[in-house]
Design a protein around this ligand. Sequence first.
Ligand SMILES: Cc1cc2nc3c(=O)[nH]c(=O)nc-3n(C[C@H](O)[C@H](O)[C@H](O)COP(=O)(O)OP(=O)(O)OC[C@H]3O[C@@H](n4cnc5c(N)ncnc54)[C@H](O)[C@@H]3O)c2cc1C
Length: 402
Amino acid sequence: MSRSSAIVIGAGLAGLVAADELAQAEVEVTVIEARERVGGRTWSRELANGALVEMGAEFVLPQNTEVTALASELGLGLWAKGMRYGEREPRGGIGTSADELAAAFADVRRALERLEGRPSARALLDSLAIGPGAREAILARVEISSAAAAEEIPATNLAGLAQIGAESAPSVAGGNQGLALGLAARLGAAVRLGDAAVEVDRRADSVVVRTASGRDYEADRCVIAVPASVSERIDFRPGLPRATREALVRVSYGHAAKLFVPLSEPAPPSAVMSVPERYWCWTATGAGDRPTPLVSCFAGSPGALERLQVTAGAGRWLESLAVLRPDLALEPAGALLSTWDEDPWVGAAYSIPPEPELTAALAEPVGPLAFAGEHLGGPYAALMEGAVRSGRAAARRLLGRL
Ligand SMILES: Cc1cc2nc3c(=O)[nH]c(=O)nc-3n(C[C@H](O)[C@H](O)[C@H](O)COP(=O)(O)OP(=O)(O)OC[C@H]3O[C@@H](n4cnc5c(N)ncnc54)[C@H](O)[C@@H]3O)c2cc1C
């Protein structure tokens, strides 16, 4: 009997995990990736001073057990980073104290326990009797992390912030992209880079995927592991069922950017948030728990990107950072800006966790097709963890049908 076969579109974490799972079940796999590299939104680079930077995903959050397990399976270690993802000193704005903030987070936790309906993060915060300084700082935290305005974010997104405390949120040693590179190495020649899927044709007994270079790949099954934000660039024939099409369109995305600035002297671990400008910055340790000569910044929400004028370059953000962190020996000439809005293969940062009905509609295979991606990660959506879990789930759904 000949082996079953599958095509996976997209070599981000979701696609590579799906392909790996299928390959381990003896399915003949081909992965088609538009970019000239694997990893998608996990992309690790080095500055001229040798500091490693994560252009996209950086922190492995507490309870992200699948990512940690994958790193360990691939023989990759973790860098603890020294600073605390959950503890950012708020600066600017009305002002608050650590005690006031802790009390406000406790109020948020209690309100989430008795949550009814689907209020926005803004609506929930407005309904609580917490001080204006703490409210402003929590709004900044949730808008930055969710990469969207508080009116657009489900109140449940506050749960993560209210729970994450002093726990460690490490990175994969040597860069998170190592996860993708490790999986791609296992898949070998099955991964085809630099050729986008443009058409997916469902036939009687097979799926044919046509690429931008005009090649046709045929297999029994196909995993679509591209962000929902760019799925309309693929022509599905026959068209996808209405429920799937509508669900894909309704997945909305946050917008974020990062800035990396080398330091002439490494600084001890720290985490500071600019409340009014909606970004945070951190100094951290790397290999051997040694401080890295680098400050990294993350700005989230369309308003933040506009205020920092990121489409015009790093200039405005660098000015703001110099005021926020006078303690750091910045070397602005070596700065690197990372933006994703103009990236043709995602066009945004990550999903605003979709409503469960959307996730359920997209989790349902369409004949021989199954969908994957962080947007299908349920409680882990928007994270590497969601990508890994969704990739595994999509592969298992297809294996069940092969
Ligand atoms: C700035 C930023 C910071 C982040 N920080 C964190 C963090 O700290 N912690 C965390 O856990 N997560 C973080 N994330 C989120 C994390 O990066 C993503 O959730 C995860 O990497 C998504 O994986 P994916 O496989 O679903 O999608 P992607 O990584 O986007 O992979 C999809 C792949 O499909 C390819 N593709 C698209 N269209 C086609 C096509 N037509 N044909 C072929 N290939 C195609 C793309 O090129 C891409 O390689 C961050 C993301 C960003 C942008």
